[in-house]
Design a protein around this ligand. Structure first.
Ligand code: GRF
Length: 203
């Protein structure tokens, strides 16, 4: 299956996905990496790897609709089966989400439905929760609320700073996002019209 990956920055999730796919030989082709920031370090890495890249700077567009339309056209030219958001820091319009219905995946650094939005590690510490983590989910119109494919949890420790907690969560992001991409590549993830997910043969 064909994947396009969208990033905004470091791209460590993207890197893990691509490296694990290569090492383990999943039937996955990463047809393009797209960033909305020209200086995203992840774009430099992708180029070094010989991957196709594109930069679509959101600031060049008058509004979200225009940005999303252009982005969608670039993505569609590569005919991906799935579009992976990996630290992509732009909210996508309902039109864009509809165009890629059940083909658009995101990783969010919290145990959804807890702590949608930004600064999730700060939110978790402030709330005093004992467990935090990350979620891979299908993207819907409602930010950080789509059908959940996989989650992983870590303990929150007494003296955690947001940075320390973020690093603990990131290690798990690097396990579960590649795992989900493997399942997608192997055609094991089914989602029905009401958004219920079946993972075939995965226990
Ligand atoms: C990750 O924590 C992701 O969950 C969040 O932004 C971070 C991106 O990191 N949305 P990277 O670009 O994959 O290194």
């Amino acid at each position: 299956r064909r994947f396009v990956i969208l990033i905004s920055g470091r791209g460590s999730n993207m890197q893990q996905i691509i490296e694990q796919a290569r090492a383990q030989g999943w039937p996955a082709q990463f047809v393009r990496v797209i960033a909305n920031e020209a200086d995203a370090p992840g774009i430099a890495w992708a180029k070094q790897q010989g991957l196709q890249t594109a930069v679509v700077p959101h600031r060049d567009f008058t509004d979200r609709q225009a940005f999303d339309e252009h982005l969608a056209q670039i993505i569609e030219a590569d005919r991906p089966d799935y579009v992976l958001l990996a630290g992509f820091m732009r909210i996508l319009t309902p039109g864009f989400v509809a165009r890629f219905k059940h083909r658009l995946i995101n990783i969010h650094p919290s145990l959804l439905p807890a702590f949608p939005g930004l600064k999730t590690h700060e939110q978790a510490i402030a709330a005093g929760v004992g467990w935090h983590g990350c979620t891979v989910h299908f993207v819907t119109d409602q930010l950080d609320h789509g059908p959940i494919i996989a989650q992983a949890a870590v303990p929150v420790k007494d003296n955690d700073t947001p940075q320390v907690l973020a690093n603990r969560v990131l290690k798990l992001e690097h396990q579960i996002y590649p795992r989900v991409v493997q399942w997608l590549a192997q055609g094991l993830v089914q989602v029905n019209q009401v958004g219920q997910i079946t993972l075939e043969g995965i226990t």
